[in-house]
Design a protein around this ligand. Structure first.
Ligand SMILES: Cc1cc2nc3c(=O)[nH]c(=O)nc-3n(C[C@H](O)[C@H](O)[C@H](O)COP(=O)(O)O)c2cc1C
Length: 179
């Protein structure tokens, strides 16, 4: 791998992960810090990739615990692993939450055509204990939030029998690291 083209290759893979349902980078782990200072990590689906703005987007329920965590502490890490490429990518980023506005409306227009619409219309927040009664009325307004992660730093690791490689990429730095 050539250091001068590494950032291009990584962003190309992220773009492919956004469009290809089977790409292993489609479902990274998003780690945040909760209000007690404890780590909280969970799998999410990559929904948008924009190299120009150095941003990645994810959808979530606006009532989910992660939304409160990200509002209180916006520093996150995203971990991607591909057993096809043998690449791990750890992205450090700053998260922004949107629960209304044109972008949320546009995303909802798409989601509401799909079975996922139910996820955002449930009367219960993610993590709530479910009541015994099996029936539940869906809410009228979606509880959709968009998480926009602005990339600040990438830590790329490539595993190979010929020798592992690791590199750090940020706005000011591109350099090899000891794997
Ligand atoms: C394959 C997979 C994909 C998931 N995608 C999402 C997602 O895109 N957004 C989301 O909020 N939760 C997603 N989840 C559920 C989260 O991992 C998590 O359980 C849930 O959001 C509650 O997290 P929280 O309690 O930290 O807010 C996904 C889980 C799996 C297993």
């Amino acid at each position: 791998m050539d250091l001068s083209t590494l950032a291009d290759s990584i962003w190309r893979e992220l773009e492919q992960a956004n469009t290809g349902r089977k790409h292993p980078w489609r479902t990274p782990v998003l780690a945040s810090i909760d209000i007690a200072g404890l780590p909280q990590a969970r799998t999410v689906v990559l929904r948008k990739v924009c190299r120009n703005t150095q941003t990645l987007q994810f959808f979530t329920d606006s009532r989910s615990p992660k939304v409160g965590q990200l509002r209180a502490s916006d520093q996150i890490q995203l971990v991607f692993w591909s057993s096809v490429l043998h690449w791990q990518l750890r992205i450090s980023a700053q998260a922004r939450i949107e629960t209304s506005g044109a972008e949320v409306d546009k995303a909802w227009q798409r989601i509401k055509q799909s079975p996922a619409r139910q996820d955002y219309l449930s009367p219960f927040a993610p993590g709530d204990a479910l009541p015994d009664a099996a029936t539940m009325a869906l809410e009228e307004n979606p509880n959709l939030a968009i998480i926009t992660a602005t990339v600040t730093h990438m830590d790329w690791l490539s595993l190979s029998p010929k020798g592992h490689q690791r590199a750090e990429i940020s706005a000011t730095t591109i350099r090899w690291l000891t794997p």
